[in-house]
Write a protein that binds this ligand. Structure first.
Ligand SMILES: *Cc1c(COP(=O)(O)O)cnc(C)c1O
Length: 432
């Protein structure tokens, strides 16, 4: 399988090169030259397959011969070695819980898969790979955790001081080993622009082999397809489900669409957005206009210029009519998100967090217009990750699971730096 750049100015590359470089030299995103169709038997036998088997069969054609089959199977098995339960909330709405991984957010799957691929690709090379990542919270902890103890790879995380939640900060700063945390006295945008500058700094790139770990990277994007097959594996109805995906950078929903084009029986998608919704304008006016992101309570979706939007257009060969037939838009305000959390908690005794609540509201509204359908929301994080917001809404305490309680006993280790590129550069050069 080869990947072309969405800007069409760089040559196509295989999975290995796409994963190691992240972004194409012409700054386009890598996109598979064709979408593999899964055999009919795959779906007939879906219910009896293990999670590792499903992952392996789905990802194999994308990886091609760049990873030996036995090694790829082992990578898949390690990536998905936790649960993905589908829970019933109402007669027509189910929740696929994607927060049972080590950092309690769905980004664990992509980060775990990517880290193992990079480790595999760095074998035999004496040059270490340095993964640079700017985070507003969830990405950094999933990446840090995914790369912990991975040989041949160092991770440097930049996060904005005082702007991530307590649990998120502990997840970033207590790992040590090959993970360094830089606490930047600035905003997330400062972190991101410092990282961008690092990738274009010649002196730095001569000394270090730098790569990025955001969802632009195919090794993080493609494994997100697995969720959709795990949902279908547990789906108890004959009726084909509608799937509602809480969307920010549109990586997750584009992975779902890959699964759909591979043959996964999904009736329709809902791109559930908070007030940073740029998709609705595309659906209504056929034009994509990026916005400046504003802060909401579902902050992992505060994205005004979704980087994977171009992949969505590629998936439908830029055919607006087809996009519109397959995906519905919705825009859920903070007050509606809060109302939804409270309503679902009181009526159905199920605790959503803000991102899942946006997806729930999107699906609920869709089902009001399509009463004969049933659907699935992707619940992308554990409520405890957003406990300050959620506790205020439900006026009740959330119990801290044992899997994060231990964090509070660990020591935070970070280097505080000013939001200046020179400070990052000096840190990276001194580390080497
Ligand atoms: C990253 C994230 C999202 C958005 O996913 P995209 O792939 O960027 O659309 C939704 N929910 C949570 C909890 C996240 O961390």
């Amino acid at each position: 399988m080869l990947y072309y750049s969405t800007n069409k100015l760089s040559p196509p590359v295989n999975f290995r090169d796409a994963a190691v470089t992240g972004i194409a030299p012409d700054k386009g995103l890598y996109f598979p030259e064709n979408i593999p169709v899964l055999p009919h038997d795959f779906f007939k036998q879906l219910k009896s397959k293990t999670k590792a088997q499903i992952a392996f069969e789905v990802i194999s054609p994308y990886v091609g011969n760049t990873i030996a089959k036995e090694d790829l199977f082992a990578i898949c098995a390690e990536t998905v070695n936790f649960d993905f339960p589908l829970k019933k909330i109402t007669e027509s709405i189910y929740s696929l819980e994607l927060f049972h991984g080590p950092t309690m957010a769905f980004k664990d799957v992509g980060a775990r898969f990517m880290s193992r691929c990079l480790s595999y690709f760095s074998k035999g090379s004496d040059k270490k790979i340095t993964v640079l990542v700017a985070t507003s919270g969830d990405t950094g902890s999933a990446v840090a955790n995914g790369f912990l103890d991975v040989k041949g790879v160092d991770v440097v995380i930049l996060y904005p001081s005082c702007k991530v939640s307590k649990i998120q900060e502990l997840q970033l700063t207590t790992l040590g080993k090959n993970i360094s945390a830089l606490e930047v006295q600035g905003t997330f945008d400062d972190c991101q622009s410092m990282v961008k500058q690092a990738f274009s700094d010649e002196a730095l790139n001569q000394q270090l082999s730098l790569t990025s770990a955001n969802s632009i990277n195919v090794a993080r994007w493609l494994p997100q397809q697995f969720y959709y097959f795990y949902a279908l594996q547990q789906w108890p109805h004959q009726l084909t489900p509608v799937v509602s995906v809480p969307s920010g950078n549109f990586g997750n929903i584009c992975a779902g669409l890959l699964a759909y084009f591979s043959g996964a029986p999904i009736k329709h998608f809902i791109a559930a957005c908070n007030s940073n919704d740029v998709f609705s304008n595309y659906i209504v006016n056929k034009t994509f206009i990026p916005k400046t992101a504003e802060a909401t309570i579902s902050n992992a979706m505060d994205v005004g210029n979704p980087s994977n939007f171009i992949r969505l257009l590629e998936l439908f060969a830029h055919n607006h009519k087809h996009v519109k037939e397959m995906i519905s838009n919705c825009c859920v305000s903070d007050s509606l998100t809060a109302e939804t959390i409270l309503e679902v908690y009181k009526k159905h005794n199920y605790l959503l967090e803000p991102h899942g609540a946006v997806a729930y509201k999107g699906l609920q509204s869709y089902l009001e217009l399509h009463p004969n359908q049933k659907g699935i929301i992707l619940e992308t994080a554990h409520p405890v990750k957003f406990d300050d917001v959620v506790q205020k809404i439900i006026k009740n305490k959330i119990e801290i699971p044992a899997s994060v309680e231990y964090l509070f006993k660990l020591e935070k280790k970070s280097s505080v730096i000013k939001p200046e590129f020179k400070e990052l550069k000096d840190f990276l050069l001194a580390k080497n």
